[in-house]
Write a protein that binds this ligand. Structure first.
Ligand code: ADP
Ligand code: MG
Length: 516
């Protein structure tokens, strides 16, 4: 009988293992920067091309490696960071598994240049050569997954990867203000910071955060409640200087804001927790984004109290509550919020009825108010967009990846700028969009532009955009859109006369079943 089982060759094992370590370009950048930090670097320079799929380069001035170590560093389970099992219990470095370089070099065209200050070594493919280099290390990763087509197919778009990458570098730069960082994307400097103190670093990288909290092991800066967003991108949490993802802490911060913030908005903040090892185990998740707290309730209260205390110290303008009525606590726990109530005849509002967002089904949103409401999210979006662009209400936000589109008309730049869209010409036919109001998604913007060019009518462009967009709505986003809609002069119809919402009473429900 033919034997069926074989031992996999080492290259295959490495490729398989690589899949676990190398999720995407951002995870590679994270591993490489962490290696530089472990090497004691004071300056780390990163360069990216095509969202990291074409090039990732990380250069540092750390301790570097001699030739033997350089060769070993690319093998699996080769590490200088632990020697024995006991070392696992007293980790001081970011890495220790000895897998990152092996994995990355297995799935890319890989190059390592390193010097310990005495000998320089250049490794590329199977060649190992001496080279001249100051103390430090450069890792160059080209053509990611060129030899794993199945993985390459699943890489996200360069712009999505690029955004994740910037976030990763920002996070590491926030956690290590004593170190200089630079990040170049497609040749353009995207970020450059020099050694500085923690608060200065936050100011250099993020939006203004006027509130401060310091209590026990908690230190953080927080944006004003008015600046809350519909997404969590403005939230950074570090536990013992490691960026982590923690819904628990995000919730605790929000509780700390109390009723100053609407229930479906997210405050921006940077929070550092210094916790003893009894309170936290950071090595649960292989990518170390999640942590395990031994006493979640204690952490929650610590954070909530620290945030709440920041309002006591700050100027009164930040401690005022928003003008909508206070949310009774029992409602808040059930994710409801108190909202204006519709008067059916006049569509006037009267304050004080709780509304509970229920569900999103495709482009429709169910909301429990006095009665059940059915809301067409696309129509609602068209109305909100129309009002907001008409009044140029929202400041444009610059795009990480400017969009290039074909256009021909002369005056279009001025027209779009009047709507709060920042753009310019390259040559005679290409329009570059640099900044958009956040209600316009870059991916769907071409819909808006083509409709605009067709009729020069904001009504038309807003509708086409909202109807054509493939946006997937979360309940939170839907609810926030509803709140924005309530501020519009006409809440019932979109700019093209399409009905936005209606009440669903028992009669309507009965009919649905009878017709089924
Ligand atoms: P780990 O960081 O888990 O040890 P890696 O595969 O990331 O595993 O790195 C393997 C080894 O290579 C490290 O233990 C370290 O000794 C060395 N190394 C990697 N990157 C650098 C660097 N930038 N500077 C100096 N040494 C490095
Ligand atoms: Mg490492």
């Amino acid at each position: 009988m033919v034997q069926k089982i074989i031992r996999l060759p080492v290259e295959v094992i490495n490729k398989i293992a690589a899949g676990e370590v190398v999720e995407n370009p951002a995870s590679i950048v994270k591993e490489l920067i962490e290696n530089s930090l472990d090497a004691g670097a004071s300056q780390i320079d990163i360069a990216i091309e095509k969202g990291g799929c074409q090039l990732i380069q990380v250069e540092d001035n750390g301790c570097g490696m001699g030739p033997e170590d350089a060769v070993l560093s690319l093998e699996r389970h080769a590490t200088s960071k632990i020697r024995t099992e006991e070392d696992l219990g007293r980790l001081a470095t970011m890495g220790f598994r000895g897998e990152a370089l092996a994995a990355v070099s297995a799935v890319s065209r890989f190059c390592l240049k390193t010097s310990n200050g005495e000998v320089g070594t250049h490794i590329e493919g199977l060649t190992i050569l001496p080279c001249a280099r100051n103390r430090g290390t450069t890792v160059i990763v080209r053509d990611l997954f060129f030899n794993v087509p199945a993985r390459k197919k699943f890489l996200k778009s360069p712009s999505a990867n690029g955004a994740a990458l910037v976030r990763t570098v920002e996070s590491l730069a926030l956690a290590h203000p004593e170190i200089g960082f630079s990040l170049k994307i497609d040749g353009k400097t995207q970020l450059q910071v020099f050694a500085e103190e923690r608060r200065k670093r936050i100011e250099a990288l993020l939006e203004p955060m006027p509130l401060e909290a310091e209590k026990g092991g908690v230190w953080g800066l927080f944006a004003a409640p008015e600046e809350a967003k519909i997404h969590r991108k403005g939230q950074y949490v570090f536990v013992n200087r490691r960026a982590i993802f923690s819904p628990l802490i995000a919730r605790a911060v929000k509780m700390g804001y109390g009723t100053r913030i609407e229930s479906h908005a997210y405050p921006s903040f940077v929070l550092f927790l210094d916790l003893s090892s009894e309170l936290v185990d950071v090595n649960v998740h292989p990518q170390k984004k999640e942590v395990r707290f031994s006493d979640e309730g204690k952490i929650f209260r610590m954070v909530e109290r620290a945030v709440a205390s920041s309002f006591e110290k700050t100027a009164p303008s930040f401690s005022r509550t928003l003008s909508f009525p206070q949310v009774p606590f029992s409602f808040a726990a059930e994710q409801t919020s108190v909202l204006p109530q519709f008067d059916q005849a006049s569509l006037a509002f009267s304050e004080g009825v709780a509304e509970r967002p229920l569900a999103v089904v495709e482009g429709y949103f169910f909301l429990q108010a006095e009665e059940l409401l059915l809301i067409d999210l696309r129509a609602a979006r068209a109305r909100v967009l129309y009002e907001s662009l008409k009044e140029k209400k929202e400041p444009a936000q610059s795009l990480l990846w400017p969009i290039e589109l074909e256009a021909e008309e002369e005056g279009i730049v001025e027209e779009l700028e009047r709507l709060g869209i920042e753009c310019r010409w390259i040559g005679k036919k290409t329009l570059v969009i640099d900044a958009l109001p956040s209600l316009l998604d870059p991916e769907d913007f071409p819909l808006f532009l083509s409709a605009w060019q067709e009729g020069k009518k904001l009504e038309l462009a807003s509708r086409r955009y909202a109807l054509g967009s493939r946006k997937k709505w979360s309940v939170e986003e839907a609810f926030l859109l509803w709140r924005q809609l309530l501020k519009c002069p006409d809440t019932l119809y979109d700019p093209g006369g399409r009905r936005i919402w209606d009440k669903i009473d028992a009669g309507r429900l009965k009919k649905i079943l009878e017709e089924a």
